[in-house]
Ligand binder design. Structure first.
Ligand SMILES: [Zn+2]
Length: 185
């Protein structure tokens, strides 16, 4: 027995009507970066269908070096397999932070000390991971990604805040390309 046992019946129901999808670009041409908080699952709150979007989730939905590497990898695959000269955009990265985020606890020095001991991540690194004001942190992360030399010029980036109290997602930064302009078709 595992905790998964109860979910296997749900999977059985899923598999009964499942059509295997051909590998292709995600239908919504989106890559979502989101917190791993179980209350903010992008697939649920955005009503995504299977094959709609790439999703990367971590504590806070922060744009870390690992996230930048993953986005660069996905952009490479997209360019090689789904890229077309007619379409100057591979996909849009939507960075989503949320209210009531547990990563806000990292703003507290006492908690940060405990978290550093538990994770092996240094206190200064944890401090910059804190999400106390999602609008501010999402802006910082969109700028960080846009400034990365690893970001493909064919990828644009937008910022959004999800409100746990209302279930509403608000766009706080419209999509922008690394060079500020949309690449020529
Ligand atoms: Zn969170």
């Amino acid at each position: 027995m595992t905790r998964m046992t109860a979910l296997l019946e749900r999977n059985e129901q899923f598999a009964r009507t499942y059509d295997s999808a051909v590998l292709g670009a995600p239908a919504q041409q989106l890559l979502i970066v989101s917190c791993l908080d179980h209350r903010v699952d992008p697939a649920i709150v955005l009503r995504l269908q299977l094959g709609d979007a790439f999703i990367i989730r971590n504590v806070g939905g922060r744009v870390t070096q690992a996230v930048i590497s993953d986005i660069a990898f996905i952009a490479l695959l997209s360019e090689l397999f789904f890229g077309s000269p007619d379409n100057p955009t591979l996909f849009e990265v939507a960075v989503v932070h949320h209210t009531q985020c547990g990563a806000g606890l990292l703003a507290d020095p006492g908690f940060r000390q405990q978290a550093a001991a538990a994770t092996g991540v240094t206190e200064p690194e944890l401090e910059i991971s804190a999400v106390t004001d999602p609008e501010t942190t999402v802006k910082a992360d969109v700028e960080r990604l846009l400034a990365s030399p690893k970001l493909s010029p064919k990828v644009c980036v937008s910022g959004h805040v999800y409100d746990i109290a209302t279930g509403r997602l608000t766009t706080t930064m419209d999509a922008r390309y690394p060079d500020g302009d949309r690449p020529a078709a």
